[in-house]
Design a protein around this ligand. Structure first.
Ligand code: NDP
Length: 452
């Protein structure tokens, strides 16, 4: 780490104690950007880096709700409005017991750069709650979502801040929140994305993050005159991003062999085909079951439960060429990264946000593999959210083919920007590429708009 970055990080850590994921996300970006800032005295004088790490606004609120037994429950709600230099705040809502201020600030910070890369006019934000939807009835989830929105509604709006889904927030939760917003405001507007098709949603939005991560991998492969055809792929998670990552890998001729949830993972060396994927979707989206059940149904699969004492994740220790981490942050540590490289993986396209620790990222870059960081590789989700906003403004709906074509075009444009800003000799450092390209647009807009 350079002395300028070390000094910057020391101040940031002192000011934001205990927010370790936020520190991690900022440090990676600061390392890419410091050389750019140092070459630009006007930006340095305007303290753009110091300003960009400070949220424009943080909203923290009480979310009381009643469970099915009639007992009062209290959760904490958050919305981080990070940066609105290039458009309304935009970013998902996460419902997971691990949610805290540091995690949401890291996600909101990443979102600023990601949204800038999409080529669409969207600022960055993120929010959520430490509510755990697992094991809750539909009515409990509805009462929580209504209470959450009863405070959030006064801070968001179609031209101000447009939340979407993330871990634990899918179509069901967006529906309950949209209903409550509409009731409180008495207006039908595109204030949330990921909506149902009958009430303002966009075709391809559910598929977009997973499809986008695979399109991005395919783009990276074309730089080496290669393709996904015939490649064995490791995928983690079993949620929204994972399901459509697997679907698109199959479309492009690859062979997905793993997926996981927080209890364990399955390895199916025969390959997860379309029929098995349909089963996973039914299991996870309708029955809300566990992935261990897959191995009971398909004898070609082996289930390995999580070992809390393990120092690495066995999912990443299987022979393959491509990896699509699609569950959560820091799910690939240095040992996992070593295992991946040792097993022949030379493409990592991150569907999840910040799934690789800094040491793991360094291993990928040292081995000069094709490594697409989340803020570029998973930007397809928010891009299609941006397309949903456009359709809502136009009061039109585009066809599936039209949205998919636009998504594909945006992923290519993101890849192109990463190459432009990340090329170093004959290696493309996509981390630098994504950070620098994402930053420049936002920083220039901040310079244009004065000290606000
Ligand atoms: P889902 O809630 O649909 O699925 C999350 C999956 O990850 C589940 O299989 C879950 O297992 C697993 N998981 C979550 N937390 C942990 C944990 N701490 N340890 C192990 N496994 C865990 O979420 P999404 O698919 O929407 O999101 C996955 C990732 O993609 C996140 O990092 C998210 O920020 C990122 N992302 C999502 C976008 C979207 O459009 N949805 C857009 C861009 C990024 P279990 O069921 O056991 O909890």
């Amino acid at each position: 780490m350079s002395s300028r970055v070390a000094e910057f990080m020391e101040q940031l850590i002192a000011k934001n104690p205990g927010e370790k994921e936020f520190h991690q996300a900022v440090q990676e970006v600061a390392e890419s950007l410091m050389p750019i800032i140092d070459k630009n005295p006007a930006m340095r004088k305007a303290k753009i880096l110091e300003r960009i790490v400070e949220p424009e606004r943080v909203i923290l609120f009480r979310v009381p709700w009643m469970d099915d037994k009639g007992e009062v429950q209290v959760n904490r709600g958050f919305r981080i409005e990070m940066n609105s230099a290039i458009g309304p705040y935009k970013g998902g809502l996460r419902l997971h017991p691990s949610v805290n201020l540091g995690i949401l600030k890291f996600l909101a910070f990443e979102q600023v750069f990601k949204n800038s890369l999409t080529t669409l006019p969207m600022g960055g934000g993120k929010g959520g709650s430490d509510f755990d939807p697992k094991g809750k009835s539909d009515n409990e989830v509805m009462r929580f979502c209504q209470s959450f929105m009863s405070e959030l509604f006064r801070h968001i709006g179609a031209d101000t801040d447009v939340p979407a889904g993330d871990i634990g927030v899918g179509g069901r939760e967006i529906g309950f929140m949209f209903g409550q917003y509409k009731k409180l405001r008495n207006e039908f507007v595109g204030v949330l994305t990921g909506k149902g098709l009958a009430w303002g949603g966009s075709l391809i939005r559910p598929e977009a993050t997973g499809y986008g991560a695979v399109y991005f991998a395919a783009e990276m492969l074309t730089t080496r005159n290669d393709s996904l055809k015939g490649k064995t792929c490791l995928v983690s998670g079993t949620g929204n991003v994972t399901q459509y990552t697997i679907e698109k890998i199959l479309d492009l001729g690859g062979k997905p062999i793993t997926c996981s949830d927080s209890n364990g993972y399955i390895l199916d060396e025969a390959g997860i085909d379309r029929e098995k994927l349909a089963y996973i979707m039914e299991l996870k989206n309708v029955q809300r079951g566990r992935i261990s059940e897959y191995a009971n149904k398909y004898k070609s699969a082996v289930y390995t439960p999580v070992d809390p004492k393990a120092t690495c994740n066995p999912l990443w220790n299987n022979k393959a060429q491509c990896a699509f981490p699609s569950a959560t942050q820091n799910e690939i540590n240095a040992q996992d990264a070593d295992n991946l490289v040792k097993n022949g993986v030379f493409v990592v396209s991150e569907g999840a946000n910040m799934p690789s620790t800094p040491d793991a990222v360094n291993i990928f870059i040292d081995h000069k593999i094709l490594y697409g960081p989340g803020k570029a590789a998973n930007a397809g989700g928010v891009s299609t959210s941006g397309l949903e906003m456009s359709q809502n403004s136009l009061r039109l709906s585009w066809t599936r083919e039209e949205v998919d074509q636009r998504l594909h075009g945006i992923m290519k444009a993101i890849h192109k920007q990463c190459v432009e800003h990340g090329k170093s000799g004959n290696y493309i450092n996509y981390v630098n590429g994504a950070n620098i390209a994402g930053f420049l647009k936002v920083a220039n807009a901040m310079m244009d708009q004065g000290l606000v």
